[in-house]
Ligand binder design. Structure first.
Ligand code: BES
Ligand code: MN
Ligand code: ZN
Length: 498
């Protein structure tokens, strides 16, 4: 899709469709009112007849509207004017884009970016209009024998901003919006691909492709033999049960000063999590193909940063492995030695995420990181704590935690912090090793993070548990692309504020 910004009057637009908002109850938005005058009250007459109340997400498509240059006018219900926040705005844009795509307008001029959204400026509204449009039109049909494409799909949207002064900001917003949206789509694709296709080897190939088209990007992969030599006994203990070879993938993007310390992202990339010998129950086990959501999201965010060419050094490390039961798999009770030298008693082979991550987190210390942020579908417990609306953040550094929470708020990709106080650490005590990989049923997300914190003492670190936010269940089953917007916004902010 093509996007642009413009600052013009609705009645002067020569286009396939112009999109205007109507509040509840039957109240025209400022632009719609201006347009109504030119059309001799055509719109207000229709509202008076009761065809559109203005409820959030209602639509009415009009043809042959007098005194206009556009083929169609699409009215979108915006709900109560005073209740217009992020979620409502996204619903409005999404409904508009879906309707345009379904009804044959290949191009449109959209005035919904002029709506007042609580606490948001023009730049935000344009950027999120792009992200929401791409999110709405996303579909994953690459594994179907016939693609389900619209007959006359929407090709181009022009978003209107109130004044010409907002045009250059708007253009910047479009660039950012497209890069983030593409990062989100890549993340969704990687997540939606099943475990028999999206293997650790496949993710490694995709990482090499990222480096192919860009001189500033280098990809390297550490295989299991090298991991063994490096002492990554925790990672190997997960991967050893599978016939798919595990990979530790590093993508290095040098966009900043030569000597600037890198931001390091680490992603949990379990391409399928059966639980191992501590086998998971069968119901909905297919969803465990999404257990590489952390890896997919750091991959997508990295792609967005590269695409925007941000002046920052970014290193992304993906711990990719499959967790399978087999004769070679780890048993409950096995004790392994991590790369840090600390020993771990594996009391539950289904707590595998922390095992691959702890070695990856020890490994990244060699990059002398500015900060390290790991992202993982780590615990079912974070769903109990926060549901599917916010990711869980745990950190050993307050300013980093705050920056991430703020970035999430800005990006409408929210997170909430949980504590990792020392008092929780004793839940990881083991009779036979330095620690157990199991913290018991209380505060499961926190004890998982406490486990990781034993490997991240040397640098500023945050952990984002996305088990509740990375995918949708049910009819809309599929990756959400979270927390790509949060991560990307954090990095954008770092560049702007440095
Ligand atoms: N990948 C799962 C976490 C998960 C569970 C994500 C359900 C989304 C939905 C992780 O590897 C896991 O199995 N965690 C266990 C940890 C437990 C054994 C300490 C869990 O959360 O039950
Ligand atoms: Mn597991
Ligand atoms: Zn897992």
């Amino acid at each position: 899709m093509e996007y642009s910004v413009k600052s013009g009057n609705p009645e002067k637009q020569r286009t396939a469709c112009i999109v205007l908002g109507v509040f509840e109850p039957r109240k025209l938005t400022a632009t719609a009112e201006q347009f109504d005058k030119i059309t001799d009250g055509f719109i207000s007459n229709i509202l008076r007849r009761g065809d559109l109340e203005g409820k959030l997400g209602q639509v009415l498509l009009l043809h042959n509207v007098p005194n206009t240059l556009s083929d169609r006018v699409l009215l979108i219900g915006c709900g109560k004017e005073r209740e217009l926040g992020d979620t409502q705005y996204q619903k409005i844009i999404s409904k508009a884009v879906q309707t345009l795509n379904d009804t044959g307008s290949m191009e449109a001029v959209c005035f919904l970016t002029e709506l007042n959204v609580k606490g948001r400026d023009s730049q935000w509204k344009v950027k999120h209009a792009v992200e929401t449009s791409e999110g709405t039109l996303y579909n994953f049909d690459q594994l179907k024998s016939k693609a389900s494409s619209a007959r006359r799909p929407l090709r181009k949207i022009i978003f209107n901003v109130p004044t010409r002064r907002e045009l250059s900001e708007g253009e910047e917003a479009i660039k950012q919006g497209i890069s983030i949206a593409q990062g989100v789509s890549t993340t969704k694709d990687l997540m939606n691909l099943p475990g028999n296709i999206c293997t650790p080897t496949y993710i490694a190939e995709r990482a090499f492709k990222l480096a192919d088209d860009n001189k500033k990007v280098t990809t390297s992969v550490i295989d299991e033999d090298e991991m063994k030599e490096m002492g990554m006994g925790a990672f190997i203990s997960v991967s050893q049960g599978s016939d798919e070879p595990g990979k530790l993938i590093t993508i290095e993007y040098k966009g900043g000063e030569e000597d600037a310390k890198p931001i390091v992202l680490v992603g949990k990339g379990i391409t399928f999590d059966t639980g191992g010998i501590s086998l998971k129950p069968g119901a909905a086990m297919d969803e465990m193909k999404f257990d590489m959501g952390g890896a997919a999201s750091v991959f997508g965010a990295t792609q967005a940063v590269i695409e925007m060419g941000l002046p920052v050094n970014l290193i992304t490390v993906i711990a990719a492995a499959e967790n399978m039961p087999s004769a070679k798999a780890s048993r409950p009770g096995d004790v392994v030695t991590s790369m840090s030298g600390q020993t771990i008693e594996i009391l539950n082979t289904d707590a595998e995420g922390r095992l691959v991550l702890c070695d990856a987190l020890t490994y990244v210390d060699k990059f002398d990181p500015d900060v390290v942020i790991d992202v993982a579908t780590l615990t079912g417990a974070v769903i109990v704590a926060l549901g599917h609306k916010a990711s869980g953040i745990m950190s050993n550094h307050n300013p980093l935690a705050h920056d991430l929470l703020n970035a999430g708020e800005q990006a409408a990709d929210r997170a909430w912090r949980l504590p990792i106080w020392d008092e929780y650490q004793e839940q990881l005590d083991s009779n036979f090793a330095d620690m157990s990989n199991l913290g018991g049923s209380a505060a499961g997300s926190i004890t998982a993070a406490c486990f990781l914190s034993r490997f991240t003492k040397k640098y500023q670190w945050a952990h984002i548990d996305i088990a509740g936010t990375a995918w949708n269940k049910g009819k809309n089953k599929g990756g959400t692309g979270k927390p790509v917007p949060l991560l990307t916004q954090y990095i954008i902010n770092r560049v702007v504020n440095s």
